[in-house]
Structures are given as C-alpha cells and as structure tokens.
Design a protein. Structure first.
Length: 341
C-alpha cells in the first residue's frame, strides 16, 4: 500500500518540526509548507538530520489562495495538520487585524482547497486558551469555552468553529481540533527545539535563556495567587509527547475510526505544575541555580488550568509519557546547543 501523505503547514516551526519527525517515523510521507515568517531553517535542518532525509519544504504563505491551490494540486494530500499562524498573545492585542487576517485567512484557504479536491482530513492546532479562566478543574472537552481574552485566543475559537461547521456542510471534510496545554521541551537529539525571536513570552524559553546568561533574571509573575505556593499552575506537556498525539489523530482519521466528523481532544498530562515547581525542577535536574525574582502578576494570566486527558487517553490511544525532568533536561540541552556551549 502506498504511503499516505500529510501536509504540515507551519512545519518549519517549533511544534511543526517535532510533528514532522513523528509522522515520518510512523510511516507517513510529509510535505512541509511554511512562509518562514517566524523561523529560519534551523529546525528544518534539524529534522533532516534526525530523519536522514530532506523532506519537501515549500516556502509559501497560506493566505495566498493560489499558492495553497497549487500545493494541493502538486501533492496528493490525504491529511493536513494546520499550524501556520501568528501566536504572540500580546501582539495580537495591539495588532488584532493582523491576527484575524492571517490566522483566519490561512485556515479558510486550507478549508477551500480541501473542499475543491473533494475533501480532506484536517487537524487543527488549537489551544487550552479557548477555556479561558475557569474554576472547575481539570477541564474536559465538555467544559465551556469562555469569551477569549485576546484576539489570538479568539482566532483559536473561531477556527475551531470554522472546522466544525465545514465538517457539517462539506462532504469529505473531517476535522480534529487538538487543544494543547503548555508545550515545552525539545527533541532528545537537541537538533530541534523552540527558537523564540526577541524576548521570549513563554516561561521555559525565558528560563533557559536566563540560565545560559542571555537574560539577567527571570521574573515570576505573581506569587499571591490562590494556589498551594502562590504561583500560577499549568499543565506542561512535553513537545515529543504532544507531537505523537498528532500521529494518533491522523491515524484515527485515515483509518476511518472517527465516531463523528468533528472531534476535540485535550492534549495535556493532567498534572498541574506551578511556576515555582517548574523552576525548582529545572534547577535540580540540570544542577544549576537560576536567577529569579517575584514580580507583579501579568495581565491576562489565568490562575490555574490543567487538562483532563481521559478522552485522548481512551479514544485517541495517546498518553503523555515523558517526565517533567526529562523534558526540562531536553530544553536545557537544546539551549546549550544553539548557544554553542
Ligand atoms: C501562553 C498564552 C496561550 C498560548 C500559550 C502557548 C497568555 C495569556 N497565554 O500561555 O494563549 O496558547 O502561551 O504556549 O499569554 N511566566 C512567568 N515569567 C515569565 C513567563 C511566564 O512567571 O517570564 C508564568 C506565567 O505567568 C504563567 C506561566 O509562567 O503562569 C506560563 O506562562 P507562558 O509560558 O507564557 O504560557 P501561558 O501564559 O500559560
């Protein structure tokens, strides 16, 4: 039987590159497409080194309808995993139109191209941000989506709705939305990982850059939250574990196992970890001291959120396996490698 082909939009980025590795290792052909707007070829080269093959990398913008149509004409695409999107929460607040235009426009083009070829299996890269501030923890897929607190978060909600409605309306389109909690870490080879441009917004890149000396001091945003140690709690999910959830989702679709045309899964560990616990674990496993201080709360942060991953465990057959220590060791190995240390 010929290999099934998966298109990974945004496949040169942090999550896309890890997903590409796992898909290829699971026996899929992969086409990577990326406009390289938020990354260079570091991760693409890393993927090539890990796999020993240079997969097709099409440099194109998913907002360009003609380019998306050409991509679908050039390759026989059995499934798409759509990552191509802007993701800076703060920037989305100051430049909302940029976020709506890019994140919705690119996804609509994927839907239209899928429709034009008579259907496709689409995995959408969603986020736990769709749950907003919730006091009923852990969150299940049935937990209500609260009004988004940023245009970025709103694009995730709207794209989920676009996928749900398209599945209903257009024959041959099937959809899975994966709601990621906090993806962290790097590939154990240290050949691919997160490469934020400028000052990192997310916690783990800020920690590793502080440890390597690129940043002077980590600010822990808030130690007066109603949590056991006063710092926020999140569900940190290892990037390789997260990538494997995509392979399970694609297999479920291509093997005709979906119970409904549109399904949603939480991708998390089910384990809450506070900022302070994460910092302590990073110091312990990597045997170093991190310069940090407590700072005021960051606007827009939720107190605590973690997943109930039961549906993904039981229905998708996926489970987070890597320990937080392994993940934080991998994040540190990656930081050291890119710093040349
Ligand atoms: C953020 C986004 C979320 C997005 C996700 C992608 C917001 C409000 N949410 O989630 O929409 O899907 O990234 O990974 O931006 N922290 C510090 N110091 C720092 C950085 C972070 O203390 O320098 C704390 C934060 O207050 C938070 C935790 O670390 O409690 C995690 O922060 P972060 O990595 O930015 O992720 P989220 O805010 O959970």
């Amino acid at each position: 039987m010929s290999k099934k082909c998966v298109l990974v939009s945004g496949g040169a980025g942090f999550i896309g590159s890890h997903v590409t590795v796992e898909l290829y290792n699971a026996g899929y052909d992969v086409v990577i497409a990326d406009n390289m707007s938020n990354c260079d070829e570091t991760c693409y080269n890393g993927v090539s080194q890990i796999l020993g093959v240079r997969l097709p990398l099409v440099k194109m913008d998913f907002c360009d309808r003609a380019a998306v149509d050409k991509l679908f004409a050039d390759y026989h695409i059995d499934a798409v995993i759509h990552f191509a999107a802007f993701k800076a929460v703060g920037e989305s607040v100051s430049e909302p139109a940029k976020y709506y235009e890019n994140n919705l426009g690119s996804f609509l083009n994927v839907i239209e191209a899928s429709r034009a070829q008579g259907g496709c299996n689409i995995v959408f890269s969603s986020s736990a941000t769709v749950y907003g501030e919730t006091d009923k923890l852990p969150v299940t897929e049935e937990s209500p989506r609260m009004p988004a607190t940023s245009p970025y978060g709103n694009t995730k909600q709207i794209c989920e709705d676009i996928l749900r409605d398209s599945v209903k309306a257009y024959a041959g389109i099937k959809g899975i939305a994966l709601r990621y909690f906090n993806p962290i870490g790097a590939h154990p080879s240290a050949l691919i990982g997160e490469l934020p441009r400028g000052v990192p917004n997310n916690l783990v890149p800020f920690i590793t850059q502080t440890a390597i000396g690129k940043r002077e001091c980590l600010s822990i945003f808030g130690n007066d939250y109603p949590t056991p140690d006063g710092t926020c709690q999140r569900d940190y999910i290892d990037i390789v574990d997260l990538a494997k959830a995509h392979v399970c989702a694609v297999a479920r679709m291509l093997d005709g196992k979906m119970a409904e045309g549109y399904e949603i899964f939480n991708v998390g560990t089910g384990r809450p970890v506070s900022v302070l616990e994460l910092v302590n674990a990073f110091e312990k496993v990597n045997k170093l001291k991190l310069n940090y201080k407590f700072a005021p709360r960051r606007a827009g942060d939720v107190t605590a959120i973690w997943a109930d991953p039961k549906k993904a465990n039981e229905v998708l057959g996926w489970k987070a396996e890597r320990s937080i220590e392994e993940t934080l060791a991998a994040a540190w190995a990656w930081e050291k490698r890119i710093a040349g240390k």
